[in-house]
Design a protein around this ligand. Sequence first.
Ligand SMILES: [Zn+2]
Length: 322
Amino acid sequence: MRLDELAGNLPLKQSLVHPERLPHAMLLCGSPGSGRHTLARLLAQAMVCDHPEDAPCGVCPNCRRVAEGVHPDVPQLSSFVSSKDKDKKAIVVDTIRALRTDVFIRPNQASRKVYIIAPAEEMNPNAQNALLKVLEDGPSYASFLLIADNPMALLPTIRSRCVVYRLAPVQTGEALPVLQRRFPDKSREELMLAADQSRGIIGQAIALLDGDSKEDETVISSVNRCVDALQQRSELALMEWAVWVQTDKISREQLSRTYALLRDRALDALAGRQTGAALAQWDAPWLSRLADLTRTGVDAMERNVSPAHSAGWFAVSAVLWQ
Ligand SMILES: [Zn+2]
């Protein structure tokens, strides 16, 4: 298959040989920005492409409609969300039931139907159980691509029905051609610096080069203090971090970003990625709890919990399972 649009990840790309041999349920994991959505789009295109020997060709009507998000046989998850559920963050059971009804309507323009479910861990347990039925008994023309940051947040029954593909951070040399295509006016040095700073996560390198994601000093300091405290397993150091958050009055966005970066590090360490993360010494259940805790932290910042309360809550929670 033609997957060169996805940077790096050579072993993964080599394992995806022909669109007709793709598993019917795939779970694409990796950090946000690691290329999961790009891979999902390329696989969806490949499955409906008019030229299976050279898929995804990127130019046939089927490939183009998938790229534009308007292919009737690759429907958007949002099209199954009812108006009463549209403000909910979680993917609820009614959404998956509506998707399941659609699955049994035969494809319209291609020979396959492809469903991309992202972020898959936003499915509540009822929704996951509803999806399970269709993963087990769905028609042979239907394929499912689940995208998740933390596959451990999915039910084991869902995970066991999917073939898991893990996106890895890429080397600077692998990132460079992708960044050069996207930013033809930037110097090689600028692109290399962005690739290095983003620890091989292409999406983050692109955000840095777009200039909308300059990490501020306060956030870097907050993450470093918190990682040090966790690393020392020191209750006192964790409480000191929380007090520092309270007294230095770091903003809601800065604390949210702190949680997000801690979560990235936990997920990197969970996946065995040695990308400078100081958390690699921890075991998987601990890292998984840290990933959950920081996700709750990000959610709390969106729900108007005060940063001071949230930092205190985080420190106490982390102390309890040291
Ligand atoms: Zn095509």
